[in-house]
Design a protein around this ligand. Structure first.
Ligand SMILES: Nc1nc2c(ncn2[C@@H]2O[C@H](COP(=O)(O)OP(=O)(O)OP(=O)(O)O)[C@@H](O)[C@H]2O)c(=O)[nH]1
Length: 353
């Protein structure tokens, strides 16, 4: 019997959902939360960026959503993940399975590792599959400029090659071949807006510890989460990892590091805001890995959600502002070498006078 098969039937299956910034994880999660599959999921979301927006982008549903500390999953958040899962275990029976959505800049290994390293967590849950969503349009560039994108693909049991509508057939073949070369073992699906039979993603029983150990022999060693021996993080965080963190690779001032900036304001003037966001994404798009925002537009009773990856930006009304909800505009940029001062000042210039 392989190590991965030594599991108890009572253990709750855990799906780890990963993929680079903006690849389509939330889109997939929203499908899982809205399609009828008879299962009840507890969802754990970890996000990168200062102003919590991801939770607001999830559909309203009966599922329970737990937001973990904004931060680096390999440091503070790992403790958070253990505590969240332990708390969930006290309420067994309330749900059938757990989904953990990781931040787009995370290496999924420390998350997966948590389900093997902590005794309580290990006894109560079993890693079902690591599902990686890939942005077909941007993945080849991401593989050139980050380590995480390759880690996420190498680690996957199931890969959704998403955003197939944004690439030609030839580009798609190149992407598929590249992904196949990084991970020949994962089951691949080509998707548009993550439209896939959820059976292809959930309850797979496919996490293969033996294969992961062959990729990463130190996977089960306790200090793995802090010892980025096999790669440099290549990104930094605006957050503080906490006093216990001995993480060496933060490079808070690394020139190519990924940083997030959060902007907040009251009502914005649409005649100023839309030209501004177009201009910013045209001018700085190459360095904008991700933008997302919830915007209060002047005299508009509805929340306007705006999202983007590089120069591709889309927006839509989401729902009415609730009576007890402050009309606040929040916008997060995640990127490299962005002109933060300019972004802050020019965003403020869109505020209704
Ligand atoms: N054209 C196109 N856009 C897509 C597709 N799938 C998702 N998107 C859009 O891509 C953007 C990012 O999608 P999300 O699902 O929020 O991505 P994510 O991986 O959760 O993003 P982070 O949480 O920031 O890492 C959104 O604007 C989506 O509407 C697709 O197949 N085609």
């Amino acid at each position: 019997m392989s190590a991965s098969q030594q599991t108890e039937t009572a253990q709750i299956p855990v799906t780890v959902l990963t993929g680079y910034l903006g690849s389509g994880k939330t889109t997939l999660l929203n499908r899982i939360l809205t399609e009828s599959h008879g299962q009840k999921y507890a969802v754990i979301v970890n996000e990168f960026g200062e102003v919590g927006i991801d939770n607001d982008l999830l559909v309203e549903s009966d599922e329970e959503i737990f937001e973990m500390n904004n931060g680096c999953i390999c440091c503070t958040v790992r403790g958070d993940l253990i505590r969240t899962v332990q708390n969930l275990m006290k309420r067994r029976g309330a749900f059938d399975a757990i989904i953990v959505e990781t931040t787009g800049v995370a290496d999924p290994a420390p998350v997966a590792q948590t389900f093997f390293m902590d005794d309580d967590v290990r006894a109560a849950s079993k890693l079902d599959a690591v599902v990686t969503v890939v942005d077909a349009r941007h993945v080849l560039q991401r593989l050139k400029d980050t380590e995480e994108a390759a880690d996420q693909i190498a680690f996957a049991d199931v890969i959704l090659i998403n955003k197939t509508d944004l690439v030609s057939k030839e580009e798609l073949s190149t992407v598929e071949a590249r992904i196949q070369s990084l991970n020949p073992y994962a089951v691949r699906h080509l998707t548009e807006r993550c439209a896939v039979d959820l059976k292809a993603v959930l309850d797979r029983g496919s996490f293969d510890l033996d294969r992961i150990l062959s990729l990463d022999p130190q996977f089960l060693e306790d200090d793995h989460g802090h010892d980025h021996h096999h790669h440099d993080h290549g990104h930094s965080h605006d957050h503080d990892c906490g006093p216990d963190c001995d993480h060496e690779d933060h490079h808070h001032d690394a020139p190519h590091s990924v940083k997030s900036i959060s902007l907040t304001a009251g009502d914005l003037d649409p005649d100023l805001f839309f030209p501004w966001i177009n201009q910013v994404t045209q001018a700085q798009g190459a360095n904008i890995l991700r933008l997302k925002g919830i915007i209060a537009l002047k005299e508009d009773p509805q929340r306007y959600v705006i999202q983007g990856v590089h120069m591709i930006v889309e927006g839509d009304h989401q729902r009415d502002w609730k009576e007890d909800e402050p009309r606040q505009s929040r916008l997060v940029f995640i990127g490299r070498e962005l002109n933060w001062d300019y972004l802050k000042q020019s965003f403020q210039a869109c505020v209704v006078k």
